[in-house]
Design a protein around this ligand. Structure first.
Ligand code: N01
Length: 541
């Protein structure tokens, strides 16, 4: 029988970028807040994803909090795309600076939460069997925290070592001299493959879909560059917040088809040489027009053929889906790695994996004997982390039932859900989330939620709940924006197509972070239009 431990103003799930700032924001406003975190430390994504080669793919001077100028100026990044340990160190620095740890309960997973209509609060179950209550229940679970472990026949029979990139051990895994197999060539696989190849005796890459990737060209930051970025803090912050993707890059105004072939090649080449995601943001129509998309796709394919020396290997690595409609990847020596003698590539689309045996991986064509298998098979994105918990709103109806397992996912602004009073999702489905620089979208949601909760207190309101019609309209708007792009036409974790049986839905708002922020602010200014509030029975303090 569960016993009640405590009662808080707010309970927050997760101590990553979202949870840490939400805790700080609410605590500063005087709300008692408790964060529950399954890991033993802070960091979220950066706590779990410790695989070799893991690093950021947003430039570090933009991949951090901007709510505190002091914090921004105190922290100095070493390089353009730092590795996971440095980002984790940053989040630990934030937790220490703002003395957040006393309000975080580690090694505790929230398994479920039910809204109690009589008490107007949330009853929240922890995996140690206890229940806590809170007026507000806020998820900061990220979009990519539920690992996808494919249901390979015989996976449990494998006698060697087995790892998933999203749950990497804390101690170093030594692949020296070993026969390693890696399944998956998304961002995680593409980052891990070159690093593992340097250590392993032999690395076999099991690729289902070839990827477009551009060189990261990571480099240490010059002290002068750091000094300037700190000096320009306010301008950088403003530009990030008003931008399309959360980074201070100008929104492209030209079509890839209105310029000459030579001009386009020059632009793509410059982006390639400069490193990073420049090709993706070269022209405004790359993700909306097939012909424009093909120009970028063909450019990257030509680079793959240039880099990979063995023509047969290069052919296998050529992608054909619409460039950018799976998450664009940046790498360090990814394609170059396939020139190594100790790396081989198995196309598991033409010869699928049929079984994991005691000795290794068996495809329809051969059995590959291995000492270790790395699953870089990604995540059940967007809805996965939310539906892992049994969240129940009014009348005991669960989020899973409301969303029909993902077939009818509807939110208001990606932050609230009709039928779930006083419930907020940081970077939830149908917000810009993963198609933006995450810290920028996280800060925007945290600040909006914090302001909303303060508004409720100041106005003597007990509950806030999204209206069904407002939710329906927002959801439809999201779908319309997405349908005008090529994103919905590709099988990816964006569309849920990576999880067998998962309903196909594109749950990211593509209108851009600047426009989205404006929309959210307007709604707040109109007294939280599209929400219904109920006054508190208690007198306003
Ligand atoms: O996962 P993915 P990820 N048999 O889903 C393959 C973020 N991230 O962990 O494409 C064989 O992209 C699957 O094949 P296919 C970033 O947002 C960021 O790599 O479905 N193969 C694919 O190749 C990213 O997008 C960074 O045909 C199977 C791979 O596994 C997101 O996380 C770094 C399979 C999964 O790729 C997810 O990236 C890392 C099966 N049954 C991650 N099932 C940064 O740089 C799956 N695959 C910040």
């Amino acid at each position: 029988m569960a016993n009640k431990l405590n009662n808080f103003d707010a309970v927050v799930v997760g101590a990553g970028f979202s949870g840490l700032y939400m805790l700080y924001r609410l605590r500063e406003a005087g709300f008692s807040t408790r964060v529950f975190e399954a890991g033993e430390g802070v960091g979220g994504t950066w706590y779990w994803n410790r695989y070799p080669g893991a690093r950021c793919d947003s430039e570090s001077i933009y991949y951090n909090y901007t709510f505190s100028e002091e914090l921004y100026k105190e922290w100095t990044w070493s390089s353009r795309y730092p590795e996971q340990p440095e980002i984790l160190k940053y989040l630990n620095f934030v937790a220490d600076k703002f003395k957040l740890r006393p309000d975080i309960q580690f090694k505790t997973r929230i398994t479920g939460a039910q809204y109690d209509e009589d008490q107007n609060n949330w009853q929240i179950q922890l995996d140690d069997g206890t229940t806590v209550t809170a007026k507000y229940f806020i998820t900061g679970v990220g979009c990519l925290s539920a690992a996808n472990l494919p249901n390979f026949k015989g996976l449990e029979n494998f006698k060697g070592e087995r790892y998933h990139t999203g749950h990497w051990p804390h101690e170093k895994v030594d692949f020296t001299g070993k026969r390693v197999g890696i399944i998956g060539t998304g961002s995680s696989g593409v980052q891990a493959i070159p690093v593992i190849a340097e250590e392993a005796g032999h690395l076999t890459v099991f690729q289902r879909t070839p990827q477009y990737s551009a060189p990261a060209r990571n480099h240490p930051y010059a002290p002068e560059y750091i000094r300037q970025s700190k000096e320009n803090f306010n301008e950088i912050k403003k530009q990030m917040r008003e931008s399309q993707g959360g980074q201070p890059v100008p929104i492209p105004t030209k079509s890839a088809l209105e310029v000459s072939k030579e001009e386009r090649e020059r632009v793509y080449n410059d982006a390639w040489e400069n490193g990073g995601l420049g090709i993706f943001s070269s022209y405004y129509d790359i993700t909306i027009n097939e012909a424009a998309n093909e120009t970028a796709a063909e450019f990257i394919r030509s680079k793959i053929c240039e880099i990979v020396k063995k023509p047969e290997m290069a052919q296998k690595l050529l992608p054909s889906y619409y460039y950018g409609t799976k998450r664009p990847i940046i790498d360090t020596n990814y394609y170059e790695t396939f020139n190594r003698d100790n790396v081989s590539l198995v196309d598991v689309k033409s010869s699928p994996i049929v079984e994991i045996t005691q000795k290794g991986i068996k495809t329809t064509e051969a059995e590959y004997e291995l000492d270790a298998i790395v699953l870089a098979t990604g995540f059940d994105g967007m809805t996965g982390p939310l539906l892992k918990m049994d969240i129940r709103g009014k009348d005991g109806v669960s989020l899973k039932e409301k969303w029909m397992g993902g077939a009818q996912t509807r939110t208001y602004l990606g932050v609230a859900k009709a039928g779930f009073p006083n419930f907020f999702m940081i970077t939830g489905p149908e917000s810009p989330s993963v198609l933006s620089n995450m810290p920028v979208s996280i800060e925007q949601h945290v600040e909006w939620i914090g302001d909303c909760i303060e508004y409720l207190r100041e106005n003597g309101m007990e509950t806030i709940e999204a209206n069904v019609d407002a939710e329906e309209a927002w959801s439809q708007h999201c779908r319309e924006v997405a349908e005008a792009t090529l994103f919905t036409k590709t099988d990816s974790w964006y569309t849920g197509a990576n999880i067998p049986g998962k309903p196909r839905r594109f749950l990211i708002y593509l209108g851009g972070v600047g426009a989205y922020r404006q929309k959210c602010d307007e709604i707040a200014e109109k007294g939280y239009e599209g929400f219904t509030m109920k006054p508190s029975k208690k007198p306003v303090p």
